[in-house]
Design a protein around this ligand. Structure first.
Ligand code: HMG
Ligand code: MG
Length: 298
């Protein structure tokens, strides 16, 4: 069966913008977050407290976060280490996310660590966050395929997901970073995780639409009990390691499908589409989302 309600974890302001070359003004980012919240998204990932040289676009996190922190929605922020946690807590963040990799190649490229060194880096972050009542999401990248290593075995993903779960992460988000997953692979991973004691109720899925499979994969995940889905307004975002990659699953495409299935999200599709149209104007190019395009031409 399918769920009656899905929680959308909006990642546009973070995952969507992090690879944009031209730096978006802080006030535009803040307005983007406000508009997304006003469109009914209850979770809007706002920014990252990472090293500014690694992600220059989000180097304004200290300036941005106070502009949006009083909004009545959850505003998770990415935190790779204790330095990042200190920065986030100093500004009153109540929801953080650490981000691991299922593969050694991406752990090295994204965190300058081996998989296990990265897990060791997260451990004190998760412990300290939990002590403060701050919720922790654990992202896992390259859960299906990796640009250097090819197909990623289910057991390898299960091992790292379980490590994050055992560490105390409230929620684990399974990332198809380069968008190569197909529905059978999604089902196999969810079955493997369930057998290893990580139920779908603790999971979120994070699909990229490179090969046009993101919605099919989402539907497969919903049929296996997942009720939290990551998406990016207007389909913003790409992956620096897959040049041809389109962005994340567009939130509008997701809402169109869920609305059609009668699954509640609380999102106002017209307000959301208007927001992505506005953001596309700011970035100077049209949204890749089919739904945004279709609704904008009505
Ligand atoms: P490193 O170079 O190994 O860092 O980078 P280090 O620990 O050796 O520290 C070096 C210097 O950086 C020190 O300064 C630290 O204080 C400073 P120094 O003493 O030399 O003056 N530093 C920091 N400064 C500010 N904030 C911090 C911080 N940490 C250290 N938090 C590090 C390691 C993890 C920091 C780096 O690799 C990094 O920032 N990586 C972030 C990469 C990133 O944000 N990637 C995108 C997000 S993941 C993603 O998009 C995937 C996802 O969407 C899911 C999917 O689709 O798969 C989530
Ligand atoms: Mg992503």
């Amino acid at each position: 069966g399918l769920p009656t309600r899905v929680r959308i974890h909006e990642v546009g302001p973070r995952d969507g913008l992090q690879n944009e070359k031209a730096v978006v003004p802080t006030e535009v980012k803040a307005e983007f977050v406000r508009r997304l919240a006003a469109a009914g998204l209850g979770t809007v990932e706002a920014t990252s407290f990472v090293h500014p040289k690694w992600v220059p676009q989000l180097a304004d996190a200290e300036d941005l976060f106070p502009r949006v922190r009083d909004l009545p929605v959850r505003l998770p922020v990415l935190v790779p280490n204790e330095r990042g946690l200190d920065r986030a807590l100093a500004l009153g963040a109540r929801h953080i996310a650490v981000f691991a990799s299922a593969t050694e190649s991406f752990a090295k490229a994204n965190l300058n660590r081996t998989v296990d060194e990265a897990l060791a880096m997260f451990e004190p972050v998760v412990t300290r966050a939990m002590e403060q009542g701050v919720s922790v999401r654990g992202y896992l990248s390259m859960c299906f395929g990796d640009p250097w290593e090819g197909a990623v075995p289910v057991e390898q993903v299960v091992r790292v997901t379980k490590a994050l779960a055992d560490m105390g992460c409230d929620e684990l988000s399974l990332g198809d970073t380069i968008g190569v997953a197909t529905p059978g692979h999604v089902a196999a991973l969810l079955r493997g995780l369930n057998e290893a004691g990580v139920p779908a109720s603790r999971l979120a899925v994070h699909f990229h639409d490179t090969y046009g499979q993101a919605l099919s994969n989402t539907l497969a995940a919903l049929r296996h009990g997942v009720t939290t889905v990551d998406a990016s307004a207007g389909g913003l975002g790409g992956c620096p390691y897959a040049k041809s990659a389109t962005g994340n699953l567009a939130t509008e495409d997701l809402v169109w499908m869920l609305d059609g299935l009668g699954i509640e999200t609380g999102v106002d599709l017209a307000a959301l589409t208007a927001t992505s149209g506005w953001m596309a104007d700011q970035l100077g190019r049209p949204s890749p989302s089919r739904t945004v395009r279709a609704l904008s031409h009505k």
